[in-house]
Write a new protein. Structure first.
Length: 93
């Protein structure tokens, strides 16, 4: 499948696109600076999210390590409970 004519054509297309991008960046310093600035902003955002994730995981660990036992759930009786006088049923024989 990877040796099909379409796959080869797409592979060549991708390589040419990266070559063109590299040439454009080499010729346009302002664009290269903008891309570097964008990468820095994205990296900073990632660090903020990573810190938030680490904080949440730390809080979960604290909850798991707490010595307080969790309260037992109340156990309900299974079945129906008749409140008041129960009905009397006769059995026919």
């Amino acid at each position: 499948m990877l040796n099909s004519p379409k796959a080869i054509e797409m592979s060549v297309f991708v390589v040419r696109a990266f070559i063109k991008m590299r040439e454009t960046l080499a010729n346009n310093k302002a664009l290269a600076l903008k891309l570097a600035e964008l990468e820095k902003k994205l990296t900073e955002r990632l660090n903020i999210h990573e810190r938030a994730i680490v904080y949440v995981l730390g809080e979960i660990r604290k909850l798991m390590a707490s010595e307080e036992p969790s309260p037992e759930p109340s156990k309900r009786k299974i079945g129906f409970e008749v409140k008041g006088k129960a009905a009397v049923y006769k059995v026919k024989r």
